[in-house]
Design a protein around this ligand. Structure first.
Ligand code: PLP
Length: 402
């Protein structure tokens, strides 16, 4: 098998298939159907992939807006030229209201104190601010309690004027679980909340109603990737997918039954050295592996300092020249050693694939996550900044793109 060809002059990198992001987006949009739109979640630097490149593929798809987790992430999007709505999905720490008001970012509000802080800053800025209200239907980390709507909804209305209430949302805690009943009951609680809030808004004075949504109606949204795949009927005004867009499987328990995303990120590194060693030679910190036969070891320019889980030591593999080879010894910060004895033509400068495809073999994100005792989300967001993110050029045989 010939070596994977590349012109990338790096020791290791993340290769992005941007066409796959667009394909995954369209697959979700088709499922959601009807009038639903997509608000891609691009928090944590677009799940570790690099938000600038991800925006270059999402912007032409005309999403409804973007979701992020922090005021700083929202500012980054604005500085990259994003003019669409941006919603921050975590409560803001007191003091960061100026930033979001200035950047015209939509906050999510989970308590009255947070709303009052926002209203104070928005009032003095002169151009107001939009916010969405989160309803806690069972996730338990933020949001107003779905059981006590009458206690909070009128108080929110009392504070409108400097701020506009434009959306209502909830977040599912187990939309990837085999048991569907938890999500179904969260959805019922959310629908019920939305209906009761609508009645409370209807009964409010005209000038208050003018500060609610567009012509008195709030945007409703709930679905993350797993919910969008499994309950298209919950898509509401828009869905909020993250992981599926970026090639990860959201589900743990029901994986096989769900549509698969096209993989987006490959993690590659170069073979920096190939060394012949005698039987008995040991490798890495703690000498946790010894050669059982005369062997050929390849030193890869990637380690846990790049986000390759240290847990892959003596357990994980790499693909070299289309063959699967084992990682031997511990993964260190900057380097990892693989056993190349069964790939006799392997050579310095070959490309090793730690996640992704080479020839007929693939190492899935979820395989690496499983070996590391975690989920694909954590592997992606753990890819270190020192790995350059490089858009993969189209190759012959690629599925048709945009
Ligand atoms: C991260 C996040 C999502 C996206 O979840 P995925 O499982 O990655 O699709 C949706 N909504 C909120 C509030 C989030 O924080």
């Amino acid at each position: 098998m010939p070596a994977l060809s590349t012109t990338v002059a790096e020791r290791a990198w993340v290769e992005l298939d941007l066409e796959a992001v667009a394909a995954n987006y369209r697959a979700l949009l088709r499922l959601a159907g009807g009038d639903s739109a997509v608000l891609p979640m691009v928090k944590a630097d677009a799940y570790g992939l690099g938000v600038r490149q991800i925006l270059s593929v999402l912007e032409p798809l005309a999403p409804r807006g973007y979701g992020v987790a922090t005021a700083r992430e929202a500012s980054t999007l604005r500085s990259l030229g994003v003019e669409r709505p941006i919603v921050v999905f975590s409560p803001l720490p007191p003091g960061s209201e100026h930033r979001v008001v200035q950047d015209r970012v939509t906050c999510s509000i989970s308590d009255l104190a947070g709303l009052e802080r926002l209203a104070r800053v928005a009032g003095s800025a002169g151009h107001g601010a939009d916010f969405h209200v989160e309803v806690d239907t069972g996730m338990g980390r933020c949001g107003f309690d779905w059981r006590h709507i009458e206690a909070w909804a009128p108080k929110i209305l009392d504070r409108l004027g400097p701020v506009r209430w434009t959306g209502l949302f909830t977040h599912f805690q187990a939309s990837d679980a085999a048991d569907r009943t938890v999500t179904e009951s969260q959805w019922r609680r959310f629908r019920d909340t939305a209906e009761r809030v609508a009645k409370i808004v209807e009964a409010a004075p005209e000038d208050t109603r003018r500060c609610v949504g567009a012509s008195g109606r709030l945007d409703l949204h709930a679905s993350n990737s797993a919910a969008a795949l499994r309950w298209p009927e919950y898509s509401a005004d828009f869905i909020r997918p993250g992981i599926f867009l970026f090639g990860g499987r959201p589900a743990t328990e029901v994986d096989e039954t769900l549509p698969s995303p096209r993989p987006v990120a490959s993690v590659r590194s170069r073979v920096l050295l190939v060394r012949r060693v005698p039987a008995g030679a040991t490798v890495g910190y703690g000498a946790t592996h010894a050669a059982r036969r005369p062997s050929s070891w390849g030193t890869l320019g990637i380690g846990y300092g790049d986000g390759l889980p240290r847990a892959l030591g003596n357990r994980g593999s790499a693909l070299v020249r289309g063959r699967r080879v084992p990682i031997v010894g511990r993964v260190s910060m900057d380097m990892t050693v693989v056993d190349l004895t069964d790939v006799p033509d392997a050579a310095v400068d070959d490309v090793a694939t730690l996640i992704g495809t080479d020839g007929d073999h693939s190492i899935a994100l979820e395989e690496v996550a499983g070996l590391a005792g975690t989920i694909g989300y954590e592997i992606l967001t753990g890819l270190a900044p020192r790995l350059p993110r490089i858009a993969r050029p189209r190759r012959p045989g690629d599925p048709p793109g945009r």
